[in-house]
Design a protein around this ligand. Structure first.
Ligand SMILES: Cc1cc2nc3c(=O)[nH]c(=O)nc-3n(C[C@H](O)[C@H](O)[C@H](O)COP(=O)(O)OP(=O)(O)OC[C@H]3O[C@@H](n4cnc5c(N)ncnc54)[C@H](O)[C@@H]3O)c2cc1C
Length: 218
């Protein structure tokens, strides 16, 4: 038996060749279910200029933002975790996701990405952001060939049923696990873990002579 646990982004990229090829219903589910980015930027400063006691804070769009830009800029650096609380460092961890992260990470260098995170901070904290800046680290799950994104989502063309189809074995030998195969706990480490237990049970059943369809309930 083979248990395929690569991320949905890797399945979408078709870098793994299945022979014979996967059936149409499986390929269609791989195509339909979304796999999107969530990226992080860590900014290290010489000192804190934000509320050092807060766990995190958010930054909203300026009041002057035109209505149509809310959609294109949704997911722009909106959440900042205070690493002074967690690590005792004057650093912020900023999160970007969705269409904004996808576009920004594809179109900009890491320096450009950092500039955008800094610009969001400057809207609230002004020139002290530049004055205190020391170093940055940028994640890039989208470009990582073993991830090609962060986690699954139900896009406009998808539905919860796609998770079940992604979990479905092909014949009695090719099995699938991973967060994208767990419609009840998608996009989480918990979901991925439970899907592994589910498939262990299924492979055990198959080895005993039959796949148990009832065990897709995790
Ligand atoms: C920024 C970020 C924050 C997150 N925060 C949380 C959180 O707070 N809580 C939470 O529960 N979840 C969180 N998640 C989601 C969670 O990390 C994932 O849902 C979970 O790790 C998915 O597990 P998986 O086993 O399906 O895939 P992965 O953990 O991605 O494992 C897939 C494995 O396949 C390997 N692989 C890929 N291609 C190949 C290949 N061709 N050949 C061999 N091996 C290959 C990869 O190297 C990887 O080891 C977060 C994810 C991201 C990106």
């Amino acid at each position: 038996a083979v248990l395929v646990t690569v991320p949905l982004g890797v399945l979408k990229a078709k870098t793994i060749k299945f022979s014979p090829s996967l059936p149409e219903w499986k390929r269609a589910a791989i195509e339909r279910l979304g796999f999107g980015p969530i990226e992080k930027v860590v900014l290290l400063f010489s000192s804190t200029f934000w509320d050092a006691d807060a766990d995190f804070f958010g930054i909203t769009m300026p009041d002057s933002t035109p209505e149509e830009d809310y959609v294109s800029q949704r997911g722009e650096f909106f959440l900042f975790w205070n690493m002074h609380r967690s690590h005792g460092l004057p650093a912020l961890l900023c999160i970007s996701s969705g269409m904004f992260a996808d576009k920004t990470w594809r179109q900009h260098s890491y320096k450009g990405v950092v500039n955008k995170a800094m610009a969001a901070l400057k809207r609230t904290f002004g020139s002290q952001v530049n004055a205190c800046f020391k170093r940055s680290v940028v994640s890039d799950w989208g470009k990582n060939p073993y991830a090609r994104g962060s986690y699954s989502f139900v896009g406009l063309e998808g539905s919860g049923r796609d998770y079940d189809e992604l979990a479905e074995p092909v014949g009695t030998r090719v099995f699938f696990a991973g967060e994208h195969t767990n419609g009840q706990h998608p996009a989480t480490a918990t979901g991925a873990f439970l899907s592994g237990l589910r498939e262990a049970q299924r492979i055990d059943e198959a080895a005993r002579g039959g796949v148990d369809p009832s065990c897709s309930c995790y």
